[in-house]
Design a protein around this ligand. Structure first.
Ligand code: AHZ
Length: 307
């Protein structure tokens, strides 16, 4: 029998093995990251649950009585909240039915990114340090989300402001006294998922927050929109809600800011809800009036608190 002889490696196979080793070393070098070996501190599940729920229910407890309730966190409601953040002694609850605050202000119009703001409403952008391109009589922010995320970050950091999102205002507290007659005294709320399921369940009673003044900024008509003024109409506290008129940018924006006011004692309206109540024209995708109307609403609310 012939003895088996192991084949001798050729020079070529040496080169192949050497190249593979190099590639392996190279791969290792590239797969190293500053996070290799990262390790979290220990935690238990109940700690996570309590960290969230204790704060949420403490907030609900604290805001069961509040100075201002802002209903709706669109561009008008957020501008109002931002203005009120300058008054740290004024306690403000924002109630937003959506999970995502911001209303229609994540896009500039249709599905376009840029947001147009007519002067002189750009002053709030300077304050917020939101960059824009100056086009003369108006300015353009490169993405509406830049405005919305920036104002949200300021509002949410303010110690006097709490956002309750995924929560819908279903109704108003209305009381009467000799001095004011009928006035709005707060908001009847429910988690939005509950509000959307009233038809499918037995009575699911709400949670109620008392306010000294409410700012209703629920936008134009829709399943939830313009809910503040529509409820006032049903209660006979305003005579009619004709709905916004056809679009006319030039007149619409001035009208919305001009008509932003305390419409009944204890309730200020701002943003597109004003156009719904007063039949002002719609402005379409220019946002200056929303900012100014929100800021003006903050001062109407402050005046109401001072009375
Ligand atoms: O989810 C709504 C949105 O975020 C929220 N909201 C409505 N009803 C609510 C309720 N409880 C709690 N019952 C509620 N939250 O209110 C917010 C309204 O934001 P928006 O962006 O729709 O309104 P706005 O008035 O702040 O801004 C309007 C922007 C428009 S619409 C328009 C046009 O159609 O021509 N042009 C502009 C600039």
């Amino acid at each position: 029998a012939r003895k088996a002889v192991a084949p001798r490696p050729s020079a070529r196979s040496f080169r192949v093995v050497a190249r593979a080793a190099d590639a392996h070393r190279l791969n290792q070098a590239f797969s190293e990251t500053p996070f290799d070996g990262f390790k979290f501190e220990p935690i238990t599940e109940h700690q996570v649950s309590r960290a969230m729920t204790s704060r949420y229910f403490k907030d609900l407890d604290e805001y069961a009585e509040t100075d201002v309730i802002i209903v709706g966190a669109g561009s008008a409601g957020l501008s109002c909240a931002y203005e009120l953040s300058k008054y740290p002694n004024v306690k403000v609850a924002i109630i937003e039915q959506g999970v995502a605050p911001g209303g229609g202000a994540w896009l500039g119009g249709q599905l376009f990114s840029a947001m147009v703001v007519r002067k002189p409403a750009h002053t709030i952008l300077d304050e917020l340090e939101v960059p824009y391109e100056d086009e003369g009589d108006f300015v353009v922010i490169k993405h509406a989300s830049l405005f919305t995320s920036t104002i949200l970050s300021k509002v949410l950091q303010a110690p006097n402001i709490k956002l309750f999102n995924a929560t819908a205002v279903e109704d108003l507290i209305v009381r009467e006294d000799e001095l004011r007659g009928k006035y709005v005294g707060g908001a009847v709320t429910n988690w939005t998922l509950v509000s959307l399921n009233h038809d499918t369940q037995m009575c699911m009673d709400p949670n109620v927050l008392e306010s000294k003044v409410m700012v209703s900024s629920t936008g134009h008509d829709g399943p939830m929109g313009a809910s503040g003024v529509k409820r006032l109409q049903k209660l006979g506290m305003v005579t009619g809600v004709p709905g916004m008129a056809a679009l006319d940018m030039n007149t619409a924006e001035d009208a919305v800011v001009r008509n932003t006011r305390e419409v009944v004692p204890g309730m200020v309206i701002c943003g597109m809800e004003v156009a719904e109540l007063d039949g002002c024209p719609r402005m379409g995708p220019t946002f200056g009036a929303m900012f100014m109307s929100g800021q003006k609403a903050a001062h109407c609310a402050l005046n109401s608190l001072r009375r």
